[in-house]
Structure formats: structure tokens, C-alpha cells
Design a protein around this ligand. Structure first.
Ligand code: UGA
Length: 440
């Protein structure tokens, strides 16, 4: 029988970790304390656009290898506890560590003396050491590990199954760490054993580097626009150098989501706390903030005044393949357009309900009611509009029937914030097509 594992937190990281280990035959206790999420997970009303995750989750539930509970007491038998609670942005970019400390305090009475408390959540450098000190003070021999997760939303299980590397920070000589290392060896993945502080820093530095690549390419796209070069060709050309690589060089309206923006803010705050300003990170953030103006400025070039215009908008989630609208750059652009008095017919394959909930919780749903129509499909969104704006890179949009689009959008005017189509092809089809950093 394989070791029993525990996972605290059934969000997108926790679920992928729980399902990923369970499908490898490890009995898993998944503790979810939010009543709504617990019910969704246990009653099968849980929703994700990730089909492989949903399938694998149903299978491990059916096989009884995963036990979902809302009682933290149920971790008593567990040797390895993976802590996957949210660490949202608090005031002034600081990371809100209350969920993590709640997890420490609530699990402590039930943790075995020889257990490992494994922090998967993204936490500021030094947090793992503080948690270890807390357990030491309580006289508990629990070993704390920092084992950051690098999976992407929309591909969580795929990334958990095949991560680029496993980074594990902790005492390499501790018997439990040695055992875990042995256990992970069966996955045949590159493993980097580090200190807790290094592991925590690797997570932030990786996300900051990805954000930097995106802002770099967006800055180059701005230059391409004025100098008449094509950013996609430029990205391809520079990416052919293996030192640069092709990934994360897609120009667009900028990055968003629940991770990159908050991790950039947290990293800068961690520097500031040590009197270290980081101008590069500040510039990356500023370029990203400015990039949301791109759509508005293209529309202004076409029409001047935007008030009273009727537009179709496709995409509200922070990227294609995810139903998440948190910190979505698409939502920021959309709100800018609404602020200009544009009337919008909105479509997204999975993001409309999450956006309604977000607007409701922010108290703005009512105020947008007169300006926004929620379309059931992409075609409905086009009725009587003067142009189309694309804000998210959904596969469904990439595969749209362009002949039909030409018929249903008489103005043929498209502002594409995600560079989904070839400009020359759009030109041939008779569209007036504007995209980021590219000319026809
Ligand atoms: C990101 C990292 O990629 C993961 O490795 C990390 O584990 C995760 O954060 C986390 O910290 O939990 P995620 O937030 O799911 O993953 O999304 P990404 O795929 O990184 O995309 C982030 C944003 O960048 C999206 O808005 C996307 O549209 C944008 N993006 C991405 C671009 O604008 N251009 C690109 O070339 C790539």
C-alpha cells in the first residue's frame, strides 16, 4: 500500500495535486473547508473546462482512492500534507498569508509527529522558515518543505503529470525528505533539491521572468507598429535562438490572471521591505498596465469618439482554456470601453457567468446592465454591431468560420487583441483587420 497523502485546499492547484497523486495509486485525503466548493466537489456539480481533469477526478472518486472531506481532523493518518491554500494579494502588494497560517494552526493538532508539512502555495521568501520555527516552538517534530507548483490554469493536470521540474526546498538529510525524494523518483522527473528560501524564490523569479518576456514582446510590438515590422515574424526569428526560446512571446493586450500580477506585486514589495527598488519589474508592470490602452486607441483611430458605438466583444477570461476572470486583462479592457460609453454584446465560451458573479460581488453589475448584452454564442453577439473586438485566445475563436464572420459582421471591422488570424488572409477576405504589432 502506498503512503497516504493529504491535500489542504481544493482549488485548481490542490485539485490537480490530489487527482495527480491519486491516479498514481496514492490514497489521498482532500480537505476543502469552503462549504460551497466542498459540496460542488462531493456532489459532482464541480465545473472545470479542463476535460482530462474532470474525467480523472470522477475516476479516482469512483475508485474510492480519494476521500474528500471538510474536516481537517481527517488528516491524522497522513504523512505528507500538501498545503495548497490561496495566497492572494493583500494591501500594497503584500501577500495575504492568513489562509496559510490558518492552515498551519488548524492542521497542527492533527498532524503526526513525523509528518511533512509541504507548502505548495506561492509564499514570500522566508515563509517556510517561519512555519518551521512555529512548529519547532510548539515542540512538534514536523518537517516543513517548500515545494512550489508551476502548473498553468487550463492545463493543471497535464502540467502536474509532466512538469518541467520538481523544486523541493528543505533539509535534504531529513529521513522524510529522503523518503519523499525516493517516492518522487518513480515519476522520472528532473528534481532540484534546494533550501526553502531558494525554492520560494525560484517560484517568484519564474513568474517574473515569464511576465518580463510578455512585456518585452509587447514593447517590441509597439515599436513594430510604428516602424512597419511584424511582431509575429520577429518573435519567431528571435525565438529560434535556443537561448531565447519561442514560449511566452505572443504579443497581445498583456498578461493577467490570479498569478502573474500578484506575484510581480509581491516580489516588488519583498524588495521594498529590504529597501531594494526593482526598476525592471516596475517597468514590466507599467508596460503591462499601458498595454490595456491598445484596444481603445485602435478604436479611436477608426472612429474618434467612442460613446454610443455598438461593439461585439469576444473573450473575458484571462486566457483561453480557463474560465477564470480574476485580474483578467480582458475584463479591464472591457471596463475601459464601458467607461467610454460603448454598448457591448459580449460572448465568451465559459467566462460570462464568472464575470457576472465578479461584477455582482463588486456591486457594478446593475450599473453595466443598460450597456451590456450577454450573448449565447459568437454569432448572436454580432447582431447589429459596428465592429468586433477579440480579447481572449480561445480555440473556438481561432477556428471560427471566417466566411460566415464576413457575412454576419457587415462592417468587417475587427480589432484583434490576441493576434489570432493572419493579417494577409484577413485582408484577402475583405476584413478591415487590426492586430497587435502587425501590418497587412
Ligand atoms: C502562470 C505560470 O505560467 C505557471 O507556471 C504558474 O504555476 C502559475 O502562473 C502560478 O503561479 O500558479 P497561469 O497564470 O495559469 O500560469 O497563466 P499563463 O499561461 O502563464 O498566462 C498568464 C497570462 O499571460 C495570460 O493572461 C496570458 O494570456 C498571458 N500571455 C501568456 C501572453 O500575453 N503572452 C504569452 O506569450 C503568454
Amino acid at each position: 500500500m502506498k503512503q497516504r497523502l493529504g491535500v489542504l485546499g481544493g482549488g485548481y492547484v490542490g485539485l490537480a495535486v490530489a487527482v495527480g497523486f491519486a491516479e498514481r495509486g496514492f490514497p489521498v485525503v482532500l480537505v476543502e473547508s469552503s462549504e460551497a466548493r466542498f459540496q460542488a466537489l462531493t456532489e459532482g456539480s464541480f465545473f472545470s473546462s479542463e476535460e482530462d481533469l474532470v474525467k480523472a477526478f470522477e475516476k479516482v472518486k469512483e475508485d474510492g482512492i480519494i476521500h474528500i472531506t471538510n474536516r481537517v481532523e481527517d488528516i491524522q493518518e497522513v504523512v505528507y500534507l500538501f498545503v495548497c491554500v490561496g495566497t492572494p494579494e493583500g494591501k500594497e502588494g503584500k501577500t495575504d498569508l492568513r489562509p496559510l497560517w490558518a492552515a498551519v494552526e488548524q492542521s497542527s493538532p492533527y498532524l503526526r509527529e513525523d509528518a511533512c508539512f509541504i507548502i505548495k502555495s506561492t509564499v514570500p521568501v522566508g515563509t517556510g522558515d517561519q512555519v518551521q520555527a512555529w512548529f519547532n516552538e510548539k515542540g512538534k517534530a514536523v518537517q516543513v518543505l517548500s515545494y512550489p507548483e508551476f502548473l498553468r490554469e487550463g492545463k493543471t493536470l497535464e502540467d502536474f503529470r509532466q512538469p518541467s521540474r520538481i523544486v523541493m526546498g528543505g533539509d535534504p538529510h531529513h529521513p522524510r525528505v529522503k523518503e519523499l525524494r525516493h517516492l518522487l523518483a518513480e515519476f522520472s522527473l528532473p528534481l532540484l533539491l534546494t533550501s526553502r528560501r531558494d525554492a520560494e524564490m525560484i517560484k517568484y523569479a519564474a513568474n517574473a521572468f515569464l511576465a518580463t518576456k510578455i512585456s518585452f514582446i509587447n514593447q517590441m510590438a509597439q515599436l513594430c507598429e510604428v516602424l512597419g515590422s511584424d511582431i509575429q515574424t520577429v518573435a519567431k526569428g528571435i525565438g529560434m535562438d535556443p537561448r531565447i526560446g519561442q514560449a511566452f512571446l505572443a504579443a497581445g493586450i498583456g498578461y493577467g490572471g490570479p498569478c502573474l500580477p500578484k506575484d510581480m506585486a509581491s516580489l516588488m514589495e519583498q524588495g521594498r521591505m529590504q529597501d531594494l527598488e526593482m526598476p525592471l519589474l516596475a517597468a514590466v508592470t507599467r508596460i503591462n498596465d499601458d498595454q490595456r490602452q491598445w484596444v481603445r486607441s485602435q478604436l479611436r483611430k477608426q472612429w474618434g469618439e467612442l460613446k454610443g458605438r455598438f461593439l461585439a466583444v469576444w473573450g473575458v477570461t484571462f486566457k483561453g482554456g480557463s474560465e477564470d476572470v480574476r485580474e483578467s486583462q480582458a475584463v479591464s479592457v472591457l471596463e475601459d470601453l464601458l467607461g467610454e460609453g460603448v454598448h457591448i454584446q459580449l460572448y465568451d465560451p465559459f467566462g460570462l457567468e464568472p464575470l457576472k458573479r465578479q461584477w455582482e460581488s463588486r456591486g457594478v453589475l446593475e450599473s453595466y446592465a443598460g450597456q451590456v448584452q450577454w450573448a449565447k454564442n459568437c454569432w448572436e453577439s454580432l447582431e447589429r454591431t459596428e465592429g468586433l473586438v477579440i480579447l481572449t485566445d480561445w480555440q473556438e475563436f481561432k477556428e471560427v468560420d471566417l466566411q460566415r464572420l464576413k457575412t454576419e459582421l457587415p462592417s468587417a471591422f475587427i480589432v484583434d487583441g490576441r493576434n489570432l488570424f493572419y493579417p494577409s488572409m484577413m485582408d484577402q477576405l475583405g476584413f478591415k483587420y487590426v492586430s497587435v504589432g502587425r501590418k497587412v
